[in-house]
Design a protein around this ligand. Structure first.
Ligand code: FAD
Ligand code: FES
Length: 292
């Protein structure tokens, strides 16, 4: 992956339960025998992430970015960006290292019927669930296109097999999508790769060039991007699902640390908190109470 800040891992597990795009795993970012946090190591810049545990007990959530089964054996792809001790520890894993993983967790994307046309939108580290969803949609024979956005060219975690166009036109430029027959538009905030601007610039152009097309939008990325995508989808009355992120302590509905405000006509004030880890992470954008 030609990108300065992202890493990819393939985790091999026997007898992993059935899983679908949008679901995630909780990874213990420490050796599987590690149980006691060493306070002196927490957030220490001096920590040797290769040999030491990250000094953290709480698991970290990662979207499943691809999954292959060979008999009992399952290979799971994850992709990450180093932002703290857990991701630094994961980034330092070597082939053969053991990792303690819990999953699959959360509710997946709901696939549209075969007449739909899927528009996938990913920003930054939101790529993994969207890439796996693209594979599933193409296997179902659903026409699918993708838009990927990043701040600048060096943060595009895709293998570009040809330069992307600088106007909002799809091309088979990104190997991660092209292998499933999906053409992509790349956008960068500074115009250093593909279209200048945010993913919504390309999204608007695609919608306006295809009036009346039965587009279904699926997105994952930074929350302001998801809110902008949701707003544009609503303006054009397009169905839209997003995978949201929250800090997740347990990942399975017990700690209540991962709330998302959702609309609920039955609630006194018209809204309630949903748990991102179990009711989500995938939500219909019309259900989310954005920026409230
Ligand atoms: C369902 C789900 C799927 C995810 N999938 C991926 C993935 O595929 N690849 C990937 O790189 N990351 C993913 N994340 C985010 C990832 O879990 C965090 O980046 C990771 O937990 C950070 O751990 P850390 O110890 O390295 O950093 P920490 O020290 O825990 O955090 C570093 C900084 O990131 C912020 N942060 C931590 N977790 C989150 C979060 N969930 N949302 C927003 N900000 C956060 C913290 O507030 C802090 O500012 C996902 C999160 C969720 C909830
Ligand atoms: S992460 Fe614990 S309830 Fe959601």
């Amino acid at each position: 992956m030609p990108c300065r800040e992202h890493f990819e891992l393939t985790i091999c597990i026997d007898d992993f339960p059935p899983a679908e795009p949008g679901q995630f795993i909780q990874v213990l970012c420490a050796s599987p025998t590690y149980r006691t946090p060493n306070a002196s190591k927490v957030n220490s810049e001096a920590i040797d992430v290769r040999t030491a545990d990250a000094g953290i007990l709480l698991r970290r959530p990662f979207s499943i970015g691809g999954l292959r089964r060979k008999g009992r054996r399952c290979e799971i792809d994850i992709m990450g960006r180093v932002v703290g001790p857990g991701t630094a520890w994961l980034n330092a894993r070597m082939p053969g290292d053991e990792i303690d993983v819990l999953g699959p967790l959360g509710s997946p994307f709901r696939l549209p019927d075969s007449r739909a046309h899927a528009l996938l939108i990913a920003g930054g580290v939101g790529l993994p669930p969207i890439r796996w969803l693209g594979e599933a949609l193409s296997r179902e024979g659903i026409a699918t296109h993708a838009i990927f956005g990043a701040q600048t060219e060096s943060l595009v975690p895709l293998t570009l097999t040809k330069p992307p166009t600088n106007i909002a036109e799809f091309s088979p430029c990104a190997a991660e999508f092209a292998e499933f027959g999906i053409e992509t538009i790349i956008t960068t905030d500074d115009g250093s790769c593909g279209v200048l601007g945010r993913v919504t610039v390309a999204m608007r152009s695609v919608i306006e060039q295809n009036p009346g097309a039965p587009l279904h939008v699926f997105a994952c990325g930074p929350e302001p991007m998801l809110e902008a995508v949701a707003s544009l989808a609503k303006a054009f009355e397009l169905p839209c699902q997003v995978a949201l992120e929250r800090v997740m302590a347990c990942g399975m509905g017990t700690c209540q640390s991962c709330v998302v405000k959702v609309k609920d006509d039955r609630a006194e004030d018209g809204w309630r908190y949903a748990l991102c880890c179990s009711e989500g992470p995938v939500f219909d954008t019309n259900d989310v109470a954005w920026s409230d």
